[in-house]
Design a binder for this molecule. Structure first.
Ligand code: NAD
Ligand code: DAU
Length: 352
């Protein structure tokens, strides 16, 4: 018996929409639950909105009554939980929403899942998975040595965002150990790719550059992130929810460490090749600005467990992935123009 019916929370977001597009294309019965916060966007799901194996419900994961009704109707074999407040800078400016959705929301979703799971017969209950999609930021900062985060690394979050995700991870594990809910977790590094909300470094840099605005680099641009293309992540998540072992967590990363300055320079070079400025390089727009408070120096994922146990490996090189992402933003102004004009225009967040 395999997993066929999947509820995805946060499926109108950046990674959630990549997961939904993938699962629908693979033939799963997909039910998307999304509140549509500022970062949720049904336009990211145009490719699947008419598909017979896709359903959408606008709902808040905090609302147990609504979620309970959706689960009873969808009868999922698995819940992939991606709904969250996700931007570190916004968590510095206003942490309350991060506790409400990421901590309380995850707790309430666990309660809804547990109640639903207890209605299942033995075969269906054994098959069921609650998959929490989490972040490498729960582990805190690495130094500039060769150390990497493993599944055994101690939690040490630095930001309100990462503290809320760490808390959610603990609740998910507790619901397995205390109530027997079959859970699986994954902690992933920085994603990039199409449909990325333009508050995050890569899409913000692309759109600011296209509008001839400054490209803000925090501090000296030496902080390092481990970059993974979102479609590689979506493929990993499908493997984890269908084949991951109950109670286990899997680190997912791109084996692709880059300093922030080199990421911004790579984007500038791709834009110089695709849409040259009238005068000079996009690199001339780079501007070093005050650092993010509590800025973790370096993240790096050891993903050997998922490579070994689930036969997954990142396939997209960073250079190709960035060129493809730059091209996508050049070709899909219909998607980002309304966000820049009516949602978020690119101003500095989280300077505290
Ligand atoms: P995103 O901000 O693009 O999308 C989040 C989605 O969740 C949005 O569609 C939003 O409307 C929805 N949502 C928010 N609060 C909700 C609520 N209370 N009820 C229902 N829906 C709600 O985020 P993303 O970058 O796609 O991240 C998705 C998940 O992956 C998050 O859990 C995040 O912590 C995790 N993650 C992200 C990255 C990354 O690089 N972006 C890396 C590792 C893990
Ligand atoms: O590591 C996984 C995490 O990656 C996810 O859990 C988060 O949801 C996701 O937002 C992302 O967090 P980061 O804080 O790493 O992403 P962000 O794009 O905000 O920043 C990437 C790096 O670039 C970080 O070191 C801060 C820096 N930065 C960011 C912005 C927005 C800049 O230098 N300038 C900027 O304007």
């Amino acid at each position: 018996m395999t997993i066929r019916r999947i509820v995805v929370t946060g499926g109108a977001g950046f990674i959630g929409s990549a997961v939904v597009r993938r699962l629908v294309a693979e033939g799963y019965e997909v039910t998307n639950i999304d509140k549509l916060t500022y970062s949720g966007n049904l336009a990211s799901l145009r490719d699947v909105e008419g598909a017979a194996n896709y359903r959408y419900h606008q709902a808040d994961i905090v609302d147990q009554a609504a979620i309970g009704r959706i689960l009873a109707d969808a009868r999922p074999d698995a819940i992939m939980h991606l709904a969250a407040e996700t931007h570190v800078d916004r968590s510095i400016d206003g942490p309350a929403e991060f506790l409400e959705t990421n901590v309380v929301g995850t707790f309430r979703l666990l309660q809804s899942a547990l109640r639903y799971w207890r209605t299942l017969d033995k075969a269906a209950a054994d098959r069921f998975r609650f998959h929490h999609i989490s972040t490498d930021e729960v582990f805190g900062a690495l130094g500039f040595d060769h150390e990497q985060f493993t599944e055994q690394t101690r939690y040490d979050p630095s930001s309100p965002y990462s503290a809320s995700k760490a808390s959610a991870d603990h609740f998910v594990r507790a619901w397995n150990r205390t109530y027997g809910l079959p859970v699986v977790l994954s902690n992933c590094s920085n994603n990039y790719g199409p449909y990325h909300f333009p508050e995050k470094l890569i899409p913000l840099t692309i759109l600011n550059a296209l509008e001839e605005q400054e490209l803000p680099v925090y501090g000296r641009g030496e902080n390092v992130r481990d970059w993974l293309h979102v479609e590689d992540h979506a493929r990993a998540l499908e493997l984890i929810v269908t084949r991951g072992a109950v109670g286990e967590s899997y680190n997912v990363g791109g084996r692709c460490e880059r300093s922030n300055l080199s990421v911004v320079q790579t984007i500038c070079d791709a834009l110089d090749a695709r849409r040259p400025r009238a005068d000079g390089s996009y690199r001339d727009l780079i501007s070093f600005v005050s650092d993010r408070p509590g800025h973790d120096l370096r993240y790096a994922i050891d993903c050997s467990k998922i490579e070994r146990d689930l036969d997954w490996t990142p396939t997209m090189s960073f250079e190709d992935g960035i060129k493809g992402t730059v091209d996508w933003f050049l070709e899909n102004e219909w998607w980002w123009r309304p966000i820049r004009e009516q949602g978020y225009a690119g101003q500095r967040l989280g300077a505290a």
